[in-house]
Ligand binder design. Structure first.
Ligand code: 9MR
Length: 377
């Protein structure tokens, strides 16, 4: 708004040169601050032809895989987005609505309405539902953050029993524990670590008791690279220990938030999927997005590179029987966390255009990369 004002008005004509300079500097800062946070439509610029706009979920079903997206309940108000999601995706993850802070904002006072809406939408459209997430240090209700162990333990039990019980039989997979390992391969110093190093085991056992049919996942980011990568190895050891101890963990969620500045090769990802599958775990790619901002080249070149990376990731899943699904972290660029002021800078300079459909809901090259890989092309 200030920039508009600078453009439309004529402060430079009416104020002194010093003030004009200052206003110019403010304008430059504002402009720089805005770069890269929103992701306007790009499909047309990338020369996408609309003719081959087939539903992803049909091709995924032929490959015996689920293709999913994350949504927030407010997205359901957008009729065009609803039909796009229903047409293309057969798995749904609640982006924020099932997190602790959203579902139990006060002790024992639960709020399920937003999660219920998503569960109902999934059921109406023949989509599998993934629950996300029961135990996480972020988006945790404030009241739970400082509880001593003897109060946190019953609180965790109550929370898990309430959520898993609420949607028993309707949530096929739960991300039981999220992001418990640090980059240097240690158990994160989260409030839950106060319960001891086996708090994960407890969480999985509670979730299993509340819904024995739900498949239970440990979910983390930055674990895609595989052997030799500190975090990936630590998560592998954690899962191996839990399997050995008879903890009811059924799957590993690899988030797949692609930062092209440091990203493993397709071969590394495939081998990593294989080693987790060899533990007897299902593998799901749970939060895929691919930030293009820091890629070299023109926008069409970046979008082609994004297409190739998406293709490699989906192909890695198809390569291993136990890899059962790929979820994108949002349906369109317009709604991605990476196109917000708050998060964009995590991936360097934007805009990042991280998803398969652009802000006008047109398919991008990334969509065709996913489609081709699902079709085995
Ligand atoms: O996409 C989610 C965003 O809307 C929230 O503000 C953010 C809060 O941490 O969480 C985002 O989702 C995260 C997911 O729950 C766990 N893995 C990382 C995701 C991106 O931050």
């Amino acid at each position: 708004m200030i920039r508009d004002h600078l453009r439309k008005g004529s402060p430079r004509a009416t104020v002194g040169p010093r003030l004009a300079l200052l206003l110019g500097a403010v304008s430059a800062v504002l402009t720089a601050g805005c770069v890269g946070t929103s992701c306007p439509p790009v499909a047309a610029k990338a020369g996408v032809r609309q003719a081959r706009f087939a539903p992803l979920r049909q091709t995924a079903a032929t490959a015996k895989r689920r293709i999913g997206t994350a949504l927030m309940s407010r997205h359901l108000e957008n009729a065009r987005l609803r039909s796009l999601v229903a047409a293309h995706f057969d798995s749904l993850t609640a982006e924020n609505e099932m997190k602790w802070g959203a579902t139990e904002p006060q002790p024992a006072s639960f709020s399920f309405a937003a999660g219920d809406e998503l569960v109902a939408f999934a059921a109406q459209n023949g989509m599998r539902m993934r629950g996300h997430t029961l135990v996480w240090h972020q988006q945790l209700a404030d009241w739970a953050k400082d509880l001593p162990a003897d109060e946190l333990r019953p609180a965790m039990r109550r929370h898990i029993e309430a959520l898993v019980g609420r949607w028993r039989g309707r949530i096929a997979q739960w991300d039981v524990v999220n992001e418990a390992i640090t980059e240097d391969g240690k158990l994160r110093d989260s409030p839950f670590l106060r319960l001891g190093e086996t708090y994960l085991d407890e969480a999985f056992r509670l979730a299993h008791a509340a819904d024995p049919e739900a498949r239970l996942f440990y979910n983390d980011c930055g674990i895609e690279a595989g052997e030799g990568n500190t975090k990936s190895d630590a998560v592998y050891r954690l899962c191996a220990r839990m399997r050995q101890a008879g903890v009811p963990i059924h799957g590993i969620g690899m988030q797949m938030h692609v930062d092209p500045r440091h990203w493993p090769t397709a071969e590394q990802i495939r081998k990593n999927v294989e080693r987790f599958a060899a533990l007897g775990l299902l593998v799901e790619f749970t939060e895929m997005d691919i930030a293009v901002g820091e890629m070299p080249g023109s926008l069409p070149e970046k979008l082609q590179r994004q297409r190739a990376i998406a293709h490699d990731i989906v192909a890695a899943c198809l390569h291993v029987d136990k890899c059962t699904g790929i979820t994108l972290w949002g349906a369109s660029d317009a709604d991605s966390w990476l196109c917000t002021e708050r998060w964009a800078r995590l991936r360097g300079r934007g805009p990042h255009y991280p998803l398969a459909f652009d802000a006008d809901l047109d398919p991008k090259p990334m969509y065709f990369g996913i489609l081709d890989a699902l079709a085995g092309r």
